[in-house]
Ligand binder design. Sequence first.
Ligand code: 0YR
Ligand code: MG
Length: 370
Amino acid sequence: MKITGVEPFILHVPVTRSKIEDSTHSVTYWGAPGVILDTDAGIRGYGYTGTHAYLPLDRLITDCISKTYGPLLIGEDPLEVQHLWRKLYHFPPAQWVGRSGITHLALSAVDIALWDIKAKAAGMPLWKLLGGNASKKVAAYNTDGGWLNWTVEQLVADARQMVEEQGYRGVKIKVGSPDPGEDLVRVEAVRRAIGPRPRLMVDANGRWDLTTAINTGRHLRDYDVYWLEEPLWYDDLAGHARLARSIETPIALGEQLYMRDSFRDFIQAGAVHFVQADAVRLAGITEWWQVADLALAHHLPVAPHIGDMMQVHLHLTIAHPACSLLEYIPWLRGCFEEPATVEEGFFTVPQQPGAGTTFKPSALEKYGVA
Ligand code: 0YR
Ligand code: MG
């Protein structure tokens, strides 16, 4: 098989309820810059990454895909994914300007499109190509009701509905308000609303300094918080290691880490308990799998962050032995031929061949901005 075409696209899709905020980001559209790879076999591979839909930067990602990686891909056999990943990852001019950042997000989209082709060529969903089994139960926790711009009343109503009516196995709420005392009021209100059983996670999106994280984090055990996510600046390895030794609540992080090297360092330092590798920030499925194996070797659970809005990570979670729990945010639900779906708190198992990334033509039409 040969790659015959490299066609970039950019989608901007509105988030569920007009605007969401965490301590650091304010988001009205989710961005999906990506690529369609055409082949001489007639198979089309779809891959994309996740952004905050800022067009000038999305354009840099798709430029990198088409102008830098495109010429390296045309004529190659898309089934040789590991070989092509190495070729692109180590392309010296790209390595020189960006071993993380834009070049990395671009490579993630390409790598995912390649795996999509490989699974389609094999006639299997990706989870099966990767060796998974359909009986694996993937529990879903919902993040789309925990935003920092929700009032306590909204927060409580959403959490209750998700757990009691929709059956989610947990909810995640944002912290990192200007007043940490307010954060604890919100955590307490949600725990009281959902009862002792469902998981409750909190996410500071990198906002706190070490002192705030220790002082506020100490109280989280009173509400049986399952994990504290991104308490400190993303790259502050020493800070996270100290925090992990100072509080009882486990630390989750990884959505902002671009490289397997960073995961190795955080894991070695004992600075992370839940490894939140994201295949659309790492260089695709290929590097994600390397990180998941690394976590497995350290007996740490992998709970992927879902910059892809679950489509790819559902396959990876079914297939990889370090995974059992997956985040749910429905922003791209309307875009795919086979959208990731939760029933009674567990994800249903995708059946279509591929990586779950095939967009409906109507979605490409409606949300395309490039
Ligand atoms: C805004 N999930 C996250 C929002 C999310 C962000 O980027 O999507 O809160 O990426 O932290 O765990
Ligand atoms: Mg997060």
